[in-house]
Design a protein around this ligand. Structure first.
Ligand code: ARG
Length: 473
């Protein structure tokens, strides 16, 4: 015969929390309830919370702590709760504070006192540590797949534009001609490092806090190895105090997200610049731009601007998390509840940014004529002339640099490109120059010559595309 839950009944009467109100005579003030409740945002953890409870219940049965009958009722009840949440029928209650209490209270509604046995040998402290860990792990898997998709989009474009010449910049000043494919592959490398950072974070977080209980462990003969394995962890965390207080994986995740964000933001900035009228290097279609309500001709790269801006939120989350945790003595502190909104917001912002970027990369159209024209201007092949003087005339590079500088000055005064100087004009500066110099003074020759490993030559880029496919896709 099951005993009546007298605590819950008394608590219901006086308004105190039915889950912990045994010693309470009064309920919380309105403001206490408001500041304390996390259900508004931690309901996102329902699937992880229920998966953790199922693993815990199965272990309790296996260890003889729960009867098989209670265990079966708990699993059936949890399944129903999950169904109710997923179909939108579940009534979340602020009075019940968080996802753990909301699920457990409904479970007890459904199956009676057996629901109250689920919490044996565990606390909300190890429970939330588990839920967030599982959530971050799931989210890393999602982000990893999205980054791979973005790399795929970039590699495809790099292949298409492997020989398309554009100006390469330093200080945003025309430096040397490069290929658009080479430029895009630079981002493939960045997003590859980002993926490995997320993978590192995943590998390090993959230990289970479940069973640490409130902080010190539990007298019940639980099996932490079993629950760890059931939930796909490498094993249980070694120290119960660390298990409930560690949020390194949240910080590490947001740090990795911030670095990825930096890359997304740099590429966004380039897209904004490339789309602008003075550049006109690329265009985005109607699908990834917006118009102006007053200027009918406008086509604004809002997706790139918003991706760039969302990174501010991710970095803000990193600062918020470090600030929340840095003053906390061991072990759990309610401050930790404040980790979730920044975490969720950072993850949402990152996912949106990656998806928008993949969309823009697939959408963009390059303007090779314009890119080539800008690449040829501003004496971008001056280095090629200096290198030619080193190779063919045998000048030390410093002297070659000086001679080239003088020739650039003369061309600039005349308002012409280097290849429009006459041989006589060149020989007046360096008598050893001969007619063959004109062959290196085109942007095509310039990029084709940069065949050193990792260089921009179209043949290199075509090979690098194949390599990138093997390494990343
Ligand atoms: N909602 C809490 C959080 O997110 C769960 C853990 C609460 N534990 C406690 N002892 N009050 O951190």
């Amino acid at each position: 015969m099951a005993r009546k839950n007298t605590t819950a009944r008394a608590a219901k009467k006086n308004g105190s929390n039915t889950m912990w109100g045994g010693r309470y005579k009064l309920g919380p003030s309105e403001i206490m309830e408001k500041i304390n409740a996390s259900i508004g945002f931690d309901k996102r953890l329902y699937a992880q919370d229920i998966a953790g409870s199922v693993a815990h219940a199965e272990m309790l049965v296996a260890r003889g702590i729960l009867t098989a009958k209670d265990g079966a009722a708990i699993k059936r009840g949890l399944k129903q709760v999950q169904g109710e949440i997923e179909s939108g029928r579940f009534k979340f209650s602020t009075k019940l504070e968080d996802i753990h209490f909301n699920v457990e209270a409904r479970l007890t509604d459904l199956i009676g006192p057996a629901g109250g046995r689920l919490h044996t040998g565990r606390s909300r402290n190890d429970q939330i540590a588990l839920d967030v860990r599982l959530w971050v792990r799931d989210t890393i898997d999602k982000i990893e797949a999205m980054l791979r998709d973005l790399q795929e989009a970039l590699i495809k474009r790099a292949d298409q534009y492997s020989a398309t010449i554009m100006p390469g910049f330093t200080h945003l000043q025309t430096a040397q001609p490069i290929t658009f494919g080479h430029h895009l592959l630079a981002y493939v490398e960045m997003f590859g490092r980002d993926r490995s950072r997320f993978a590192d974070c995943r590998a390090r977080l993959n230990e289970s806090p479940l069973g640490a209980a409130a902080l010190a462990g539990t007298p019940h003969p639980i099996d932490r190895h079993r629950t760890a394995k059931a939930l796909g962890f490498d094993g249980p965390m070694a120290n119960s105090l660390d298990a409930v207080s560690d949020r390194d994986y949240v910080i590490e995740f947001i740090a990795a997200a911030s670095i990825t964000g930096v890359h997304l933001s740099r590429l966004s900035e380039e897209i904004v610049i490339w789309c602008s009228a003075p550049f006109r290097f690329i265009s985005l279609s109607d699908a990834f731009t917006t118009g102006s309500s007053i200027m009918p001709q406008k086509r604004n790269p809002d997706a790139a601007e918003l991706t760039r801006a969302k990174v501010g939120r991710i970095m803000g989350a990193f600062v918020a998390l470090c600030t929340i945790l840095k003053g906390l003595p061991l072990t759990y502190g309610k401050d930790m509840q404040e980790d979730k909104e920044p975490l969720f917001d950072a993850a949402d912002s990152l996912e949106l940014g990656i998806a928008a970027m993949a969309g823009m990369i697939r959408d963009l159209k390059a303007n090779p004529v314009r890119m080539r024209a800008v690449a040829s201007a501003d004496y971008s092949v001056a280095t090629d002339l200096a290198d030619w003087l080193v190779r063919k005339v045998g000048l030390p590079f410093r002297q070659a640099h000086h001679v080239t500088g003088r020739l650039v000055g003369i061309a600039s005064d005349k308002g012409v490109d280097l290849d429009k100087l006459t041989l006589a004009e060149m020989q007046a500066v360096e008598p050893a120059i001969d007619r063959s110099v004109f062959k290196v003074l085109t942007v095509e020759a310039s990029v084709a010559a940069r065949k050193s490993f990792g260089g921009t030559a179209p043949a290199n880029v075509a090979r690098a595309v194949q390599e990138a496919r093997k390494r990343f896709l």
